[in-house]
Write a protein that binds this ligand. Structure first.
Ligand SMILES: CC(C)(COP(=O)(O)OP(=O)(O)OC[C@H]1O[C@@H](n2cnc3c(N)ncnc32)[C@H](O)[C@@H]1OP(=O)(O)O)[C@@H](O)C(=O)NCCC(=O)NCCS
Length: 153
């Protein structure tokens, strides 16, 4: 477990750091090139949480035309349940509101208990469902549905 963390904005040079964090948090990792392309999209921005000199968590959002989408977020397994996910989410929501977003959307797997609890605690509500949205994990379990969540800022 790392020392207490600070949050900082990610720059275009952080694609490698973000890809490493994503790989630590998800079975299907996004590549450095994926993150470089995402960071270059209009309205895209990311925050990185650092502790003990290491990157331990991130959130990636895109805000366009008054709407914000949380594209991905994660905290390294060893650093979870210490409030970092909530801090990253709160900061991302505050920055989206400051940038003029009135509503935030995201998709989350229906069986992602931790993320669903985090988002519901922040006030997100379910507004839709996408059938078999996520690819099968190779464990023999079928592809998970995604819930579409919404928060009015
Ligand atoms: C979802 C995730 C980002 C949460 O990060 P975290 O730093 O552990 O979250 P926090 O410590 O800030 O938890 C905030 C609240 O979320 C809920 N929560 C977090 N993890 C939980 C878990 N495993 N089970 C149930 N509730 C959980 C709780 O309400 C918690 O508040 P509490 O600790 O006071 O009970 C982290 O579990 C993660 O990286 N998961 C893998 C990647 C992922 O699923 N990302 C989201 C994709 S949509």
């Amino acid at each position: 477990m790392s020392a207490p963390s600070r949050l900082r904005p990610a720059g275009h040079g952080d694609a490698t750091t973000l890809a490493a964090l994503h790989g630590a948090c998800f079975a299907e990792a996004w590549s450095v090139a994926d993150f470089a392309a995402l960071l270059a999209l209009p309205g895209a921005s990311a925050l990185i949480a650092e502790g003990g000199g290491e990157a331990v968590g991130f959130v990636l959002v895109r805000a366009v035309g008054g709407e914000c989408e949380i594209l991905s977020m994660g905290v390294r397994p060893a650093d979870r349940r210490r409030g970092l996910g909530a801090r990253l989410l709160d900061r991302a929501l505050a920055e989206a509101a400051r940038a003029g977003a009135g509503v935030v959307f995201l998709e989350v797997a229906i069986d992602n208990i931790a993320a669903l609890a985090l988002y519901r605690r922040a006030g997100f509500r379910e507004v839709g469902r996408r059938s078999r949205y996520y690819r099968p994990t190779g464990t023999g379990r079928p592809a998970a549905d995604a819930l579409v969540l919404r928060l009015d800022l």
